[in-house]
Ligand binder design. Structure first.
Ligand SMILES: [Zn+2]
Length: 214
């Protein structure tokens, strides 16, 4: 019998070989929303392991901290379960904010309360770190409950959307079957598709078929 693979090694390989997550939304909080079941593809919060993979794919956890999270989850399964539930709740609120926040004061208020709940619960140190490639990035090193810190960068990103009044540029993909949301950064504000290589391409092919049948 082959010896069991170490969990962290296996997961790191998996992330490299086939991570099913798309990062097409131009904003972290919207990419996070796009990991839900409304969207084509698999649920990024199916279980704690999937959540850690998403955080790694989003470059919010490096391999070392990812492995640390997995170890901690084995030691404290209840804590890992709790943060997963929390993440799902945050994601549902953020989807409402993405889809209807611009037109609903109530939804903005609810999102704000959720953002502040997450921010208020987590203690840690903010840092600026130099990456391997020489670029700089903000990071947050939690103290105490390390799980609670996992959602910080995500809600910070949503907070930025409120602070910078960006909600008017958040769109839902024009393909009703898709469900992805994104930040429209085009000059004319007319981006329609989450991704030209999938939804945009399908629409183009459909238009082409219509022309042929006319
Ligand atoms: Zn789409």
């Amino acid at each position: 019998m082959a010896p069991p693979l170490e969990l962290s090694t296996l997961s790191t390989l998996d992330v490299r070989e086939r991570h099913p997550f798309a990062f097409v939304a131009e904003r972290l909080w919207l990419d996070f929303v796009n990991g839900d079941a409304t969207t084509r593809g698999s649920d990024a919060l199916l279980d704690f392991e999937r959540f850690v993979r998403w955080l790694e794919a989003a470059q919010l956890l490096d391999a070392e901290r990812g492995a640390g999270m997995r170890r901690r989850a084995q030691q404290q399964p209840a804590g890992a379960h709790a943060v997963l539930g929390d993440a799902r709740r945050v994601r549902a609120v953020l989807r409402s904010l993405a889809e209807r926040g611009v037109s609903s004061h109530d939804i903005r208020t609810e999102a704000l309360a959720e953002i502040n709940r997450v921010l208020g619960r987590s203690a840690g140190t903010r840092r600026v770190e130099q990456q391997g490639d020489g670029t700089f990035a903000r990071s947050f090193v939690p103290v105490g409950d390390a799980f609670a810190g996992l959602l910080i960068p995500i809600v910070e990103s949503a907070a930025d959307a409120l602070i910078l009044s960006e909600l008017g540029r958040v769109r839902r993909c024009a393909d009703p079957r898709c469900g992805r949301v994104f930040q429209d950064e085009t000059k004319n504000g007319r981006r329609r598709w989450c991704d030209m290589s999938t939804c945009g391409n399908r629409a183009k092919a459909a238009r082409h078929r219509m022309k042929l049948h006319r």
